[in-house]
Design a protein around this ligand. Sequence first.
Ligand code: LLP
Length: 435
Amino acid sequence: HGTSKRNEHGQLSIGGVEAVELAKQFGTPLYVYDEQLLRDNCRAYIHAFQQSGMKFQVTYASKAFCTMAMCKLVEQEGLGLDVVSGGELHTAVQAGFPVERIHFHGNNKSLEEISYALDIGIGTFIVDNFYELQVLEHLAAEKEKSCHVMLRITPGVEAHTHEYITTGQEDSKFGFDLGSGAVRKAIDLALKKDHLQLIGLHMHIGSQIFETTGFQIAIERVADVYREVLNTHNLELPVVNLGGGLGIRYTSEDTPLKIEHFVSTLTDVIQQEFSARNLHYPEIWLEPGRSIVATAGTTLYTVGSRKEIPGVRTYLAVDGGMSDNLRPALYQAKYEATIANRMNQPHDEVVSIAGKCCESGDMLIWDIPLPKTEPGDILAVSCTGAYHYSMANNYNRIARPAVVFVKDGRGEIVVRRESAEDIVRCDRIPDSLRA
Ligand code: LLP
């Protein structure tokens, strides 16, 4: 996976540093990112679009992994940034991310969030619903500002992925439905708002997707709407935003498309469908999250206790779990792992990796062949770069791990480990309880 590999001593090495060294230096559990791979993934998107000759913007979906250092890296690679909350927006602003390259998403942005985003002049609002359209126009008018908006539509396609992460089907909390006429109504309304400039439609059909059929169908439907807008308003909307969703390989069961292939298929379909309707090619915006960060991340854990149930199973417990990786419990997600300091030993014991949270569902991996382990060994779980740190939590009041970027044989902290002090930082004991 990525640039993590087995070196000549049978040790896992990431970005030129042995995992065992990283664990020693920064402690475990530890999120380790291969910085070069993060950059390579950004560049793969840019390069693929450049090949197509079309106008484009690649906007990294920061929900997958949002820290100030990541915002910096994304800025350096020339991508935009998609945020879905005041917290992600604040992170970007603190990192000095250019506000005009920020896109603001979300199905229930608060008045404070909208107001702040207008004040700092973010690039584009992705408007989700009629209420937001009204509030945004009102606040923009009050502030005498104008802003670019895209309308998020639900195109009515089902992407074949876990039901919790499909978003394009009609019965969804997100966006204006295409089927019911809500999209047309929203477009008419948006075009009447003096302070909003409608630049196009946005869709996001799901995540961890392995095929382009869903995109193809959605693009056909979107192109129909663009044609209709031209007919009725004499206006060609300049941008189409196709969202994110490209899947990655967590285990050998996954068969993802290459970034180049994914992008070239989308640009081909856009060209076909738009020219078939006598429309100019729009600028294409994409919002990849997982496919930029997932493979670049590895989580290191220290192996602790073991429980053997003869003839049934061996549980091997590590010093993290659903507090740093919610995905197995939430989506039955599967992972591959290795013992970083024993990669060249025979993998002749089948074990199940348990977390340390007080919950039976806190299992990271079921039945995986590993070398014989001892307490203190370092377990490395691969492809943990997307939706791990960002979904980490303090269940059982477990402190969240540190995050390290590794490059050219050097690891640097980008998020320090939480301390016991951090755990009680927001707690107060009211006087009434002190008596
Ligand atoms: N754009 C929008 C509007 C989105 O809602 C998302 C993800 C993305 C872009 C980025 O999608 P990606 O390229 O990462 O697939 N927590 C789940 C994934 C939730 C995805 C939410 N939306 C997981 O761990 O699998």
